[in-house]
Design a protein around this ligand. Structure first.
Ligand SMILES: Nc1ncnc2c1ncn2[C@@H]1O[C@H](COP(=O)(O)OP(=O)(O)OP(=O)(O)O)[C@@H](O)[C@H]1O
Length: 294
């Protein structure tokens, strides 16, 4: 059975159509990035999954149940944007309070270790930095040992080192066969930390696959090299090439098939090619292409 299913889900806020006929199915044990620009419908989708919002049309299912049932059964943990912490309690007290609400929580020490909070256990919640508070929100999200973990832009307040630590914690948690869905507009996070990327734009599904598949779909590889004073005529006829740029003695070829382009370059021309560079399509190019129109 799928961990998460959206079946033709739409969500209106008055006149605003935030989620538009979205259908997705996520298998258990996967780490999935929900990627989209501002206003794409990511938070709305997360809130629909948690039962905090109801779809205007369609259905959302979590392990075959309604979101409300899944939340009651302690199957879901969530880290939402700017969730408030109780300022008077220490980190340890707060986590313990929340873990006791669940039928089969993780033990306190394990949660503190997982969220890298052991050294901050006695600190009051109102004395934490933004990044530390995010780690507490992560601890609260995993406290009940949920099978599904939802993270809405989890690293937004974190510096580079905190991000690295955070993703290490997330991978530790996911390693037990748990399902993780995280919303982000950081392309590199989706690329590095997910098994699958679901791109949404204007509430609709724009792409769904591994980061590698989505990049390959963009078909935007480049081959560049120094050409110096040699003539560049005819390079546009090499296999796969869609565009040729020449600037300051350097040629850049855009190609849908860099292997065929290289074979053509070496076998079909007599150019003296120096400082050859290849670059794959990046997720950013794919993302911009996927989210720009319609
Ligand atoms: N409570 C609300 N009332 C009216 N419109 C809303 C409400 N919440 C969100 N919207 C609108 O719904 C659309 C989707 O918003 P949502 O917050 O789901 O996007 P998002 O992808 O999470 O964006 P961001 O990356 O900026 O957090 C946007 O056009 C937004 O303005």
């Amino acid at each position: 059975m799928n961990a998460i299913v959206f079946d033709h889900v739409s969500k209106h806020y008055g006149d605003v159509l935030a989620v538009d006929d979205l259908s997705i199915a996520i298998e258990p044990g996967k780490t999935v990035a929900l990627l989209g620009p501002n206003g794409a419908g990511k938070s709305t989708s997360v809130n629909l999954l948690l039962g905090l919002l109801k779809p205007s049309r369609g259905t959302v299912a979590v392990h075959g149940r309604t979101p409300d049932e899944a939340v009651k059964a302690g199957e879901m943990g969530a880290m939402l944007q700017n969730g408030a912490l109780i300022p008077e309690l220490s980190v340890k007290e707060l986590i313990d309070l929340v873990r006791r609400l669940y039928p089969r929580p993780l033990d306190l020490r394990q949660i503190l270790e997982l969220a890298d909070l052991t050294d901050l256990a006695g600190r009051r919640a109102n004395k934490l930095s933004g990044g530390q508070a995010q780690r507490v929100r992560f601890a609260l999200a995993v406290a009940g040992a949920p099978r599904i973990l939802l993270l809405d832009e989890p690293t937004s307040a974190m510096d580079v080192e905190s991000r690295l630590r955070f993703w290490a914690s997330m991978h530790d948690y996911a390693a037990g066969g748990r399902t993780v869905l995280f919303a982000t507009h950081y392309l590199e996070e989706a690329d590095e930390h997910s098994d699958r990327v679901i791109v949404i734009a204007r509430g609709r599904l724009a792409a769904d696959g591994t980061a590698a598949e989505i990049k390959a779909g963009a078909g935007d590889h480049t081959v560049s090299f120094l050409i110096g004073e040699q003539p560049s005529a005819g390079l546009d006829r090499l296999p796969g090439v869609s565009a040729v740029e020449v600037a300051d003695g350097t040629v850049t070829l855009r190609t849908a098939d860099s292997d065929a382009t290289l074979a053509g370059l070496y076998r079909g021309t007599t150019l003296d090619v120096r400082e050859l560079r290849l670059s794959g399509a990046d997720l950013e190019a794919a993302f911009l292409a996927l989210t720009k129109e319609s």
